[in-house]
Design a protein around this ligand. Structure first.
Ligand SMILES: Nc1ncnc2c1ncn2[C@@H]1O[C@H](COP(=O)(O)OP(=O)(O)OP(=O)(O)O)[C@@H](O)[C@H]1O
Ligand SMILES: [Mg+2]
Length: 153
């Protein structure tokens, strides 16, 4: 487990950039934390770090946004508006996981047991008006590699 204090939005974005540089196909990043915790900002950094062009916004209607053109294709899933496990099935969550892409999932806790067993969990929480605490934990060999790579950056 790595715990970081992110003292500004830029620090969160920078962590996202590091992550984006080391993400590989089939990696899964489970983002949790309340509204405004910084999940989307972290994803924006990851898109930049991966070298993809688009700047993501919170996908308010589409649950999935795809970012191509970088060192890896990124899928950004936001489950905030998920109505239940049936919608997850309708969304084709399992098929998304099989895509040749790395996935960053906001409100990942809403997917429950549908989450891949091997995942990098990043929990963000408010630590002040412009600071956040990030706790990163690997849940398997693949995400261990990811966490080690972030640590080296
Ligand atoms: N250290 C920080 N890290 C990240 N965001 C910060 C920080 N300090 C302040 N903020 C602000 O908090 C907000 C975080 O918004 P963001 O959309 O990334 O949150 P979110 O977790 O995706 O929320 P939601 O659950 O609504 O999607 C931004 O307005 C950002 O500027
Ligand atoms: Mg968001």
């Amino acid at each position: 487990m790595i715990e970081l204090l992110l003292r500004s939005p830029e620090a969160t974005r920078k962590l996202g950039r590091k992550l984006g540089r080391v993400l590989r196909e089939s990696d899964f990043v489970a983002l949790t934390g309340e509204l405004g915790a910084g999940k989307t900002l972290l994803v924006r950094g990851a898109v930049e770090g991966a070298g993809a062009k688009d700047a993501p916004s919170s996908p308010s209607f589409a649950l999935v946004n795809i970012y191509r053109g970088g060192q890896v294709t990124l899928q950004h899933i936001d489950l905030y508006r998920l109505s239940g496990q049936a919608e997850l099935f309708a969304l084709g969550f399992d098929d998304l996981l099989a895509e040749p892409a790395a996935t960053l999932c906001e409100w990942a806790d809403r997917a429950g047991s549908a989450l891949p067993a091997d995942r990098l969990e990043i929990a963000l929480e408010h630590a002040g008006p412009s600071s956040r605490r990030a706790r990163m934990a690997a849940r398997g060999a693949r995400s261990q590699r990811l966490l080690a790579a972030i640590r080296r950056k």
